[in-house]
Design a protein around this ligand. Structure first.
Ligand code: FDA
Length: 582
């Protein structure tokens, strides 16, 4: 055993959770080390759908433009297609990922950012490069083996896989961002609910110019209803675009009880041929791997000084594209809290709010993603294609929908309805943006006595902004001189922000008098920021002289509906609760 390396935060894993934890911590000036088992970052595309909330996080962390520059843009994501193969019959489409005109309007109203398709092997380098440039010390081929913790810190034993020896890292806190087989979560004894290995899936990455089947209906996802497509997997065969239109990833199921198939090149090519449906197109298989669909979530994300994030605490299939999004958002929730505890501003109790806020989100995401798989079955049912049968029977059922009979008309309607229902997977804007933290479970949210407004429309499909404590600050376009910016651009960068309007001078003075850094934002005619469209006035749910205190992660922590001469005391009380001193 050699010398002990010291740091404030040790992060195990350089996937979306670990890389974004490192990026946020380094941005906030917190010393951190990342150890990661392999010699490189993700070498396959994996997660890709990047939703507006994640883009807001990346905007705050200063890497939004880099992601946009490399990602497939939103307008090329949106024709989720159901077909018998890419070259075969098309059964229907869903306008997806904000590309339905009505949903597009909701996206534009909800956020200054656009969702995009950013494959994980491109995302990780952006996050990691920025983290390292800001101070993260990164060690490839370094494997976490175990840890112990005491009152002052955590000691992790790490194996250097290049040299073959082990050493210790002493940190004040440990983040386990080590993925779906997390050893850190297991060693910390985090209680898990649900089940691993619900179904079997194979990913096949390949190159082929499929533009003639895709460019006229640009999409991230092409679902293939073919014989065998309901065995295991994620609802049907999937041809997913990695780069338009010549890099692809197929997801194909297998019977988990029978074990994974032998992933030979011949096997991979045969699956590609079946789903593409055109033997004349040259195909180069790059890699294939087997994985299982999981339905598992941790009830607690922390034990003492050990915190887990990402797949370590929520394991679910790729449906709805929530994997890396939720992982990045976990890390963003945790990083500012660690920073304030480490610099002595907050009591360690603040860290209890991490589980209180993120575990319900993780559970919701796991449930939604698995439900989305089951909601594909009605598409097959509409074609009498669920029961085991010969390929000829399936093709005959599919062909029957073209008949001029009453039965065929019913079948066409059933198919249309089943495909349209898939908006819960492909256009679930509420799932992406409606996360609200409860003041009943999280002390980092101060209740303001108002009743929970709930949701006027389906909360999975529609985003509903709110400024009530626990909600993310609503986005509105405001101006500063000739500059147009989002209310979300006035917050973040690791600081609390107090937003008020004309008549809110007491709140501004109160914010400036606090020990913790609070940026102040005054919005109104002739003020630092103006609201020319009146959007902010419509969304803020408080009068001009009221106040919103927004946390570094963009969630409203405290709200008051009007001017108060004792604003200083009110704000100090709120901060004591939020920072765990109360
Ligand atoms: P992630 O698994 O990305 O990262 C874990 C990190 O920990 C890695 O850097 C790993 O090397 C490291 N690590 C693990 N054990 C360690 C140890 N003992 N010591 C040091 N380092 C250790 N999602 C999706 O939406 N669509 C998709 O198509 C796919 N496809 C897919 C394919 C494959 C093969 C995988 C593994 C995963 C997917 N996913 C996916 C899931 C998606 O990739 C996942 O939700 C996110 O990557 C989760 O991010 P994390 O950072 O939590 O874990």
């Amino acid at each position: 055993m050699s010398t002990v390396v010291e740091t404030d935060v040790l992060i195990v894993g350089s996937g979306p959770a670990g890389a974004s934890a490192a990026l946020a911590l380094s941005t906030y000036g917190v010393p951190n080390i990342v150890v990661t088992r392999y010699a490189s970052l993700a070498d396959t595309p994996r997660a890709h759908i990047t939703n507006q909330r994640t883009m807001e996080v990346l905007r705050d962390l200063g890497v939004e433009e880099q992601v946009v520059a490399q990602a497939t843009p939103q307008h090329l994501m949106g024709n989720t297609t159901f077909c018998t193969s890419l070259a075969g019959e098309e059964l229907g489409r869903v306008r997806s990922w904000g590309n339905d005109p009505l949903v597009q309007a909701e996206h534009e109203l909800a956020s200054p950012t656009r969702m995009c398709d950013m494959p994980q092997h491109l995302m990780e380098p952006v996050l990691v490069n920025a983290a390292v440039a800001r101070g993260t010390r990164l060690r490839f081929q370094n494997e976490y083996l175990s840890h112990t913790q005491d009152a002052d810190g955590v000691t992790a034993t790490v194996r250097d896989r290049l040299r073959g020896d082990t050493y210790e890292i002493r940190a004040k806190y440990l983040i386990g961002a080590d993925g779906g087989r997390s050893k850190v979560a297991a060693d910390a004894g985090l209680p898990m609910g649900g089940q691993m290995g619900v179904a079997g899936s194979v990913n096949i990455v390949f190159e082929a110019d499929l533009g003639k089947y895709t460019a006229h209906r640009p999409s991230t996802l092409y679902w293939v209803l073919a014989p065998g497509a309901t065995v295991g997997g994620i609802g049907a065969g999937l041809v997913r675009c990695v780069r338009p239109w010549n890099e692809w990833l197929i997801v194909w199921g297998y019977d988990v009880n029978a074990g994974a198939p032998d992933l030979t090149t011949e096997y991979a090519e045969s699956v590609v041929r079946q789903l593409v449906g055109d033997d004349d197109i040259p195909v180069t298989v790059k890699s294939s791997s087997a994985w299982t669909v999981n339905e598992m979530y941790a009830q607690s994300y922390a034990n003492g000084r050990v915190f887990c994030a990402g797949d370590a605490v929520h394991r679910h299939p790729p449906s709805n594209g929530l994997g890396s999004n939720t992982s990045i958002q976990d890390a963003y929730n945790l990083a500012w809290k660690l920073r304030l505890v480490l610099d002595g501003t907050a009591h360690p109790r603040l860290l209890d709010s991490y589980t209180a806020e993120r575990a319900p989100v993780g559970r919701q995401v796991v449930t939604r993603a698995n439900r989305s798989i089951r909601e594909t079955a009605p598409v097959f049912e509409a074609l009498d294609g669920l029961a085991p049968q010969t390929p000829e029977q399936l093709w005959a059922n599919i062909a029957a929908r073209k008949d001029a009979t009453e039965a065929a008309e019913k079948q066409r309607a059933k198919l249309r309805e089943a495909i349209a229902f898939k908006v819960y997977e492909f256009n679930a804007h509420g799932v992406d943006l409606n996360q609200r933290y409860s003041a009943e479970s999280s002390a980092a949210i101060v209740p303001d006595g108002t009743p929970d407004p709930g949701f006027a429309r389906d909360p999975e499909l529609h985003h509903q902004p709110s400024s009530r404590p626990g909600a993310r600050l609503p986005h509105a376009w405001i101006t500063s001189g000739t500059r147009t910016l989002s209310t979300l651009d006035t917050i973040g960068r690791g600081r609390f922000t107090l937003l008020t309007g004309i008549g809110g001078e007491d709140w501004v003075r109160a914010a400036e008098a606090q020990e913790v850094e609070i940026a102040t934002v005054v919005i109104g005619p002739g003020q630092q920021y103006e609201d020319p469209y009146g959007d902010w006035a419509r969304l803020r749910e408080i009068p001009d002289a009221g106040a919103l205190l927004v946390r570094p992660d963009g969630f409203v922590a405290f709200r008051h509906a009007g001017a108060r001469p004792d604003a200083g005391e009110l704000l100090a009380d709120a901060l004591r609760r939020i920072l765990g001193h109360a």
